[in-house]
Design a protein around this ligand. Sequence first.
Ligand SMILES: Cc1cc2nc3c(=O)[nH]c(=O)nc-3n(C[C@H](O)[C@H](O)[C@H](O)COP(=O)(O)O)c2cc1C
Length: 207
Amino acid sequence: MSSLTLPSIAVILCSSRQPRVCPQIGAFVTEIIENRIPSISTHPHPKLHLIDLAAWNLPLFDEPGIPSQVSSHSEYSQPHTRAWSLEIQKYSAFIFILPQYNWGYPAVIKNAIDYLYHEWHGKPAMIVSYGGHGGVKAAGQLRQVLQGVRMNVAETMPALSFPSKQTLLQATKGEELPLLGEEGIWDSEREVVCKAFEELLTLVSQK
Ligand SMILES: Cc1cc2nc3c(=O)[nH]c(=O)nc-3n(C[C@H](O)[C@H](O)[C@H](O)COP(=O)(O)O)c2cc1C
């Protein structure tokens, strides 16, 4: 497959707080994927692109219509919706880097999803959650919503647990966590991230 036909995959940072740990976790997941052993994969190496919802800073959903009834981005009434639509149209799959807030997922990602419909429809998704217990409740809820916009969600959902209360508090303050290099706190999770990513690539190849 030539590089021109490689799937374009976006990594979506689903926290918009300042400070926050989400960019570090996005970088950790990206590093795992980019350094995975290509020989164990039957898929070509795709390029990953970052989407930071904090940078997009979308207002609370303010379209007059239902996005599922819109057939072209030009039909959206708001310029930010048209720009968001064009951004999401660029990618063939998505990796959601997802914190858990109060047993759910952050409002910023639900808002970003609700703006669109056809732009998500039929595309594969992978969820990597994190939290005191791995953020599994947030991941399960997001999975349902992604299925609602008819995305194909990879079965495996890596759930990264902060190893201690102290680490959780450091993460909350956006302090640097020992993630990369030797003795990273989630070294044992690298394999499950690769597994989920392989599933994502299989879903992309089945499209
Ligand atoms: C509003 C809020 C609610 C939270 N609720 C949970 C929770 O339900 N479970 C959990 O494990 N951690 C919870 N935490 C702790 C987060 O896991 C931790 O703050 C993490 O750093 C959040 O990700 P972020 O820094 O990328 O926003 C919560 C944090 C915030 C700010």
